[in-house]
Design a protein around this ligand. Structure first.
Ligand code: ZN
Length: 266
């Protein structure tokens, strides 16, 4: 392949990833976004990231790599994946960092290249989400995490919020409690977060229950955030408290309170 073919091959993948995120997160994404970064204490310099949303709270690097023709580990490419992860680590902790890889299989290998990469380099990956995109099915899979992988619940495609709430049949699969690592999991006075799985579609929803203790009556607030994996839910739990998640969640979510009709966040 000539150099310009290589570039086109990568750019094409970058645009499919851009399209996927644009479709699944109601946010605007663009390519080749310069963000000033540097290690602690150093003067920051611009680095161009493949994809980012408008406020740069979601940053994505894209790699279209395969196993070698004979089914061996492409070691130079693994180094370049590590480099992408390194640049993602330079971003703020509050940022949702994704390394998107193309789904690459080989008859000699049991795992896809992305699965292999997560297994062998988890010590470097940290809070970077490794996502695997399959251009044939147009599906994105989030690989690293707690083994609960899925899609987000079907109701988030609906227009009518009350109908969406009615349609969502959640069973609790992970209880996160009311706080962890100094991050409070509710707004106002009390509450908790939990991960639910929709019994109808198998999709995952991060739920935040909050209560305001009034003098006469209590008010309650429940937010339903569509997530694609337990790992994605955990990435919000690590960084965003009750009010922050309502402000910074990338995309539309469902809000229910006792004194307003159920509504979409935007
Ligand atoms: Zn569902």
């Amino acid at each position: 392949m000539s150099n310009s073919d290589h570039t086109r091959w990568g750019t094409e993948f970058q645009y499919s990833v851009l399209e996927w995120f644009g479709h699944h997160y109601t946010d605007e994404f663009s390519t080749e976004v310069s963000i000033p970064v540097g290690v602690v204490g150093a003067e920051k310099k611009d680095h161009k990231y493949d994809i980012a949303n408008k406020d740069r709270s979601i940053v994505i690097e894209c790699k279209r790599y395969n196993w070698t023709e004979t089914g061996n580990v492409p070691s130079a490419k693994i180094r370049s994946l590590n480099e992408a992860v390194f640049y993602l680590h330079l971003l703020d902790n509050s940022c949702y960092k994704v390394l998107a890889m193309v789904k690459a299989s080989h008859p000699k290998q049991i795992q896809t290249l992305a699965e292999y990469y997560v297994r062998t380099n988890h010590n470097l990956i940290g809070d970077v989400i490794i996502a695997e995109y399959d251009p044939d099915s147009e599906k994105m899979r989030f690989i690293n995490g707690q083994g609960v992988e899925s899609n987000s619940c079907h109701v988030f495609q609906m227009d009518n919020p009350s109908q969406a709430l009615n349609e969502m049949k959640l069973e609790k699969i992970i209880d996160y409690g009311s706080q962890a690592n100094g991050v409070i999991y509710h707004t106002w006075d009390s509450g908790e977060r939990w991960l639910g799985r929709c019994k109808k579609c198998g999709g995952l929803v991060l739920v935040q229950d909050s209560e305001y203790h009034g003098q006469e009556d209590d008010d309650y607030y429940t937010d339903y955030f569509p997530v694609y994996s337990a790992n994605e839910a955990q990435s919000y739990n690590l960084r965003l408290d009750g009010f922050e998640i309502e402000k910074k969640f990338p995309g539309r979510f469902l809000m229910q309170t006792n004194n307003h009709p159920t509504h979409w966040s935007t």
